[in-house]
Design a protein. Sequence first.
Length: 158
Amino acid sequence: MAAVASKSVLFVCLGNICRSPIAEAVFRKLVQDESVENQWMIDSGAVSDWNVGSSPDARALSCLRKYGIETSHKGRQVTKDDFFTYDYILCMDESNLRDLKRKSGQIKNCKAKIELLGTYDPQKLLIIEDPYYGNEEDFETVYQQCVRCCKSFLEKCS
């Protein structure tokens, strides 16, 4: 019988096509590498509804592939249930944090700890900037931040 995931994390950004799917894919790879994937429920979502059903940005997918990481994620918006379902909701910037805290304030008994993914960055870079209007280098920066933050987050939760 398969073990039920005992921990859960939802990565969130504005549109769920750049930063949060990168963070989700990076974290999935880390838990697989540590052979603890059966202990985790992992997903990503958006505060907006702009990209529901869309694949991640081609530049995000290209960056992930460069490191041997694949994802089949489709964009989705954060739901009320997410605040009950997930232990952690980790977002990318202050705007995401404000939106999520406002939404969680409308929910009784919010289970999720909502915080910036960057709070786990050993280099103390709190904000993971949106690379959407940037170039491949900006996606690389997001990837490297997500690797550092996700490794630290996993260590703290182990």
